[in-house]
Design a protein around this ligand. Structure first.
Ligand code: AMP
Length: 408
């Protein structure tokens, strides 16, 4: 397996990756980084969640740092165009983290906010500019930024740019770029208009296509159950009463949490095993075997420990705690519905976990439906939408939308 240590990135970047706890490049990183370090153009067919930001940012930071230049006023060395303000912030944040030991200058510009702070940062020239097209054009037209010195150009989420009506703006921006540059083009899909655009701006690109992590997600029946933290244990036991649950993988945030769930299930007479970093290799192996052979129906794991688990026939994945990192959600639920089988993913969301749920839904670009089982006696948490919560309006009368708690 490739590791970041074998890629020819300079030490300060590798150090930043260690800070991030990245050890293994994702497929798009392993495939793209060596070519990008050779200054090849790239056509990347990939969507968010595949690690594409680091795939382009790491080699570009490497180039910027190994060939330092004095920033001329209002000049830009790397331009990253992305369709939305959220993506611009995310990419800018990644650049800052991966480049934290490099002392490069960066800026993020997007519309909907005052332009003065953006103008100020740009006035001194930047190594990396992450921008949405509309605001960038405005700033260009006012002379606050010039693109003649761009060496690296990244067009991110090209298909979304098309959907959002940005293609004309993008063409205008491209006319201002020097011909000699390295260009990286990313799109999740390649409709004809996008292929044409790519063909027009790339020179002999390498093509890297990665299957989105979320493709298996289509086969998984995802549900959320709103429940207070204190009631999760009871809920899990209730879910396990369903004989359709043949093999269940339960995720907790911490090792301690994993042990506790196993103890609680034990009290309820349900055989479960935990695997996590504090267990010896032998103990983990035994737990996995017992799960694989069906001796125990429930395996409780932390995200890190679950990485090496390759067990077929997992019918249910339970997010006992929602993951802090939304990306982990996709990895977790991908443990079920292997090899074309269908699977179920249940997420237990307490009122403290609303933010995590929002991040997950944003990442997978859909709302997770509420499970139509709300086991008897377990109240939905206050994170639940009003239609699920049996609240009462002031005055004691049930709310019109409340009361109708869904039952299975
Ligand atoms: P992206 O597709 O660029 O939005 O990245 C998705 C998520 O994966 C982000 O939260 C990154 O921090 C994370 N990530 C990217 N590359 C790696 C890696 N090699 N190891 C672990 N996490 C990563």
């Amino acid at each position: 397996m490739t590791s970041f240590e074998t890629l020819d990135l300079i030490e300060p970047i590798r150090r930043a990756l260690r800070d991030e706890n990245y050890t293994t490049p994702t497929p798009i990183q392993a495939q793209a980084i060596p070519h990008l370090l050779q200054r090849r153009d790239l056509l990347g067919i990939a969507q968010t969640g595949t690690g594409k930001t680091a795939a382009f940012m790491l080699p570009l930071l490497h180039h910027l740092a190994t060939d330092r230049r004095v920033n001329a006023p209002r000049s830009v060395r790397t331009l990253v165009l992305t369709p939305t303000r959220e993506l611009a912030i995310q990419i800018g944040d990644s650049a800052r983290r991966y480049g934290r030991h490099l002392a490069l200058r960066g800026a993020i510009v997007f519309g909907g906010v005052g332009q003065n702070p953006q103008v100020q940062v740009l006035s001194k020239g930047v190594d990396v500019l992450v921008a949405t097209p509309g605001r960038l054009l405005d700033l260009m037209e006012q002379g606050h930024v010039r693109l003649q010195d761009v060496e690296f150009f990244v067009l991110d989420e090209a298909d979304r740019m098309l959907d959002m009506g940005f293609i004309r703006d993008i063409r205008k921006i491209i006319t201002q770029l020097p011909k000699k540059r390295q260009t990286l083009f990313f799109s999740a899909t390649m409709p004809p208009a996008i292929s044409e655009l790519a063909a027009g701006i790339l020179t002999d690109p390498i093509r890297v296509e990665v299957t989105p992590v979320s493709s298996t997600v289509e086969l998984i029946d995802q549900r959320v159950l709103f429940v207070e933290r204190a009631d999760k244990r009871q809920l899990l036991a209730a879910v396990l009463r369903d004989p359709a649950v043949a093999r269940m993988l339960v995720f907790t945030r911490t090792k301690h949490g994993a042990n506790k769930v196993v103890e609680q299930l034990d009290k309820d007479g349900i055989v479960a095993e935990a695997i996590h970093g504090n267990k010896s290799q032998g103990a983990r192996q035994r737990a996995l075997e017992s799960f694989r052979e069906g001796k125990c129906r429930v395996l409780v794991a932390t995200d890190i420990a679950a990485r090496g688990i390759d067990v077929d026939g997992i019918t249910h994945v339970v997010n006992y705690d929602l993951p802090v990192d939304a990306e982990s959600y996709v990895h977790r639920i991908g443990r079920t519905a292997r090899a074309g089988a269908s699977g179920h993913a249940l997420s237990f969301c307490s009122s403290e976990e609303r933010g995590e749920l929002r991040d997950i839904q944003r990442l997978i670009k859909r709302e997770i439906p509420v499970a139509d089982i709300q086991p008897f006696g377990i109240k939905p948490s206050t994170a639940a939408p009003a239609s699920v919560r049996p609240e009462r309006a002031p005055g004691g009368r049930p709310r019109r939308s409340g009361g109708a708690r869904r039952r299975g």
